[in-house]
Design a protein around this ligand. Structure first.
Ligand code: ADP
Length: 708
């Protein structure tokens, strides 16, 4: 602060030693006072009269001012000097040549230069003096009282200095205020009682209150209720003790919404150290808090996700481990299964091969290797068809194209062949029945499994049986037929006049011969039908003609049993072996007549039902108990053995019927209730093509069995 009131100690402007302050009538500081650095006062003297100028400056010098003065006489010079230099004070005569001190003053002020301007004039009327002051002169001195000049000069310089300092201070204050106003942080200034005295614009934006609504109020207006009293007490204690309080506060806006601010409260002290004000700087950190909360939440979520993922991974790991264990167990189970399968396959009596798409052996069981006379290892990778020198049943070589293995692989369908001939390692042969099944992998044929059975012995047995049948048929049946015929002739000869006993014996012999012939025929038929290779001599015929023939054949028997035969046939056309079907019908009719009470009716009928020809033989006999209705179709299974013998059965009739029907692809059964008669039913599929076997014609012409 500049003070000229007590002396001329303008900072940087010192008195020269050759001019004492006493000369100027001014008080001086004690001699031992520190001498300030000398700065010359820069004086502009506007004066046309040099003598007057010297006089004035002498007064100044006498007052102890060190100075450097420039004398200016014209306006032009004034401007030039103002351009070149800066001055601490301008002394100007009022009356100048061609212009006035007022002009000079105006010129200086026009240029916006704020330096003390003292008018020094010979005489100045009151009006002129007022005008000078009005124009901004700092003072005016009448030349007659030049001794006042130093004091006026000192005062003007000091006042100017003070004013400039104030202007500077005001500018700083303005800037500060503007800065505070423009600050992004809310700023609240309160007095020491806590009453708000100033707020900036940001505070308004932050709280929603206008400055008018805040100034004069207490900051408790912002209270949100989120903090307890101890919180505010601690804050107040801190700042009233002169400390700085820093913290986060949840406040309430004017509109009721809450926000979080970071607040710093500083106390302001006066020159005596007493607290005069508090300045609170507030920053809205709601967003930051939200962001922090969000980040915390994200972190928590992330951690949760990580934990979940870790748990998932752990679970996946466990699953994987258990899957590995399971897979291992499955593999072991598969291994065991494979071993078991191999054991089973090796234990099988039939030969089993598996071949790849090229027909090369991939697997062979022990039975197959044994049958062919190889070690299993010798057969792996071998082309089976070539190795076994496959031949057809007639002994001719079987080409690869004809081979069932090739067909199964090429067409993807199962094949069966019977009686084919294969060769062992040692060159001997045997006959096989085989079934070949293609094996698919991913819907593609990948190979085939061949199962075969050595049927050489079976074939030999069949051959033996055929030979036996042939022998029996010729060696037993022929003499029996002759015996029966002879006995018949004997019985027919009435002229012999035999005694009654002889006639009875003859009758017994004839009956037994008949039974024997019947039994032999049945045994032969049964044996022949037992073979899987029965060939049927199929041809087209109608059910009506078959029924009619059967009825015609059985009529004598029916008449002697006093049973009426009734035939009913629909328009059914069949492709069957007529002799075989006729034999079936006569067997059933024979049984029906045998078991019918005298005077009853046996009905035989045929009709088409769906794709079958259906035959029924219906009697009014004793019926068959349910538990016997299945067994009677087996050999020698009468319902009642003594009754059957009495009625003269062989025990093979129904068994033969079943075989015939089955060879035709049909079925046979009985529908019966004891005491309510029996209905024997058999079906024959319609329209089956057939071939005529050569030996069947021979049997048809046989005189012993007209029924095949
Ligand atoms: P059998 O030569 O003894 O008649 P079958 O095989 O023809 O032999 O018949 C087997 C058994 O079925 C007969 O013994 C008889 O007990 C019974 N049976 C067959 N047909 C009839 C029928 N129509 N009524 C009652 N029982 C019957």
């Amino acid at each position: 602060m500049l003070t000229f009131s007590r002396g001329l100690e303008t900072p940087g402007i010192a008195m020269r030693s050759n001019l004492t302050p006493a000369d100027a009538g001014l008080k001086t500081e004690p001699a031992e006072a520190p001498v300030q650095p000398v700065r010359r006062l820069r004086i502009m003297m506007i004066e046309n009269d040099r003598a007057d100028a010297a006089l004035a400056l002498r007064e100044v010098r006498r007052a102890g001012f060190a100075f450097q003065a420039d004398i200016v006489q014209t306006q032009k010079e004034l401007n030039r000097r103002l351009d070149l230099d800066s001055y601490d004070v301008i002394l100007s005569d009022y009356r100048l040549e061609g212009w006035t001190g007022i002009d000079a003053l105006a010129q200086v002020r026009q240029r916006g230069i704020d330096i003390p301007f003292i008018m020094v004039t010979g005489s100045l009327g009151e009006e002129s003096a007022v005008e000078c002051m009005r124009q901004g002169a700092s003072d005016y001195i009448v030349k007659e009282h030049l001794s006042r000049l130093p004091l006026a000069l000192a005062r003007a310089v000091e006042e100017n200095s003070v004013r400039k300092a104030r202007v500077r201070a005001e500018a700083v204050l303005r800037l500060t205020l503007e800065a505070l106003q423009a600050a992004a942080n809310g700023i609240v200034i309160a007095d020491r009682s806590g009453t708000i005295v100033w707020v900036n614009a940001a505070c308004g934006a932050l709280t929603g209150y206008s400055p008018d609504e805040l100034i004069g109020h207490n900051p408790r207006i912002f209270k949100s209720g989120r903090h307890d009293e101890s919180f505010y007490r601690e804050l107040w204690t801190t700042i009233t003790n002169g400390g700085v309080w820093r913290g986060e506060v949840v406040n309430r806006r004017k509109n009721g919404s809450l926000y979080t601010e970071e607040m710093t409260i500083t106390s302001v002290r006066d020159a005596h150290g007493g607290i005069t004000n508090f300045i609170a700087v507030k920053q809205d950190i709601t967003e930051r808090k939200q962001t922090e909360d969000q980040i915390r939440e994200w972190n928590a979520r992330l951690e949760q996700r990580v934990a979940e993922r870790t748990a998932e991974l752990a679970r996946a790991n466990l699953k994987l481990e258990s899957e590995v264990v399971e897979r291992k167990m499955a593999e072991e189970a598969l291994d065991r299964l494979q071993q078991q399968s191999v054991l089973i396959l090796n234990a099988a009596a039939d030969g089993i091969f598996r071949v790849d798409l090229d027909g090369k052996c991939q697997f062979v069981n022990h039975a197959a290797a044994h049958m062919l006379g190889y070690e299993p290892g010798d057969l792996i990778g071998q082309h089976l068809h070539t190795l076994i020198r496959h031949r057809l049943p007639d002994g001719l070589p079987c080409s690869w194209d004809e081979c069932g293995i090739h067909q199964a692989l090429a067409l993807g369908v199962s094949r069966k062949s019977e009686g084919h001939i294969v060769q062992r390692k040692d060159g001997t042969s045997f006959i096989v029945d085989e079934s070949i099944t293609p094996v698919s992998e991913k819907d593609q044929v990948a190979g085939a499994v061949i199962m075969f059975r050595d049927v050489s012995k079976q074939k030999a047995m069949e051959k033996m049986k055929d030979e036996f049948v042939s022998v029996v048929s010729h060696e037993l049946r022929t003499p029996l037929t002759a015996i029966r015929a002879a006995l018949g002739l004997l019985a027919a000869d009435d002229t012999a006049g035999r005694p009654a006993r002889a006639r009875r014996l003859l009758e017994i012999a004839i009956n037994n011969a008949k039974r024997l012939v019947h039994l032999v025929n049945d045994i032969l038929d049964d044996a022949r039908l037992d073979s899987a290779h029965v060939s049927l001599a199929r041809r087209v015929c109608t059910a009506a003609e078959l029924i009619q023939q059967a009825v015609d054949l059985m009529r004598p028997m029916a008449e002697s049993a006093n049973v009426r035969l009734k035939a009913e046939a629909g328009p059914v056309e069949l492709t069957v072996d007529p002799d075989a079907i006729l034999q079936t019908l006569t067997n059933l009719l024979s049984n029906a007549i045998k078991f019918s009470p005298r005077g009853s009716i046996v009905c035989v009928e045929a009709r088409q039902e769906e794709e079958n020809g259906v035959f029924r033989v219906i009697d009014q006999g004793p019926g068959i108990p349910p538990e016997k209705q299945q067994t009677i179709f087996r050999r020698f299974q009468p319902v009642d053995a003594s009754d059957s013998r009495r009625r003269g059965g062989t025990g093979l009739g129904l068994s033969i019927c079943r075989r015939i029907v089955r060879h035709h692809g049909g079925g046979i059964w009985v529908e019966s209730r004891p005491g309510r008669g029996s209905t024997f039913v058999f079906t024959v599929p319609l329209g089956q093509p057939g071939t005529e076997p050569p030996d069947r014609r021979r049997r048809k012409d046989d005189d012993v069995s007209p029924f095949y």
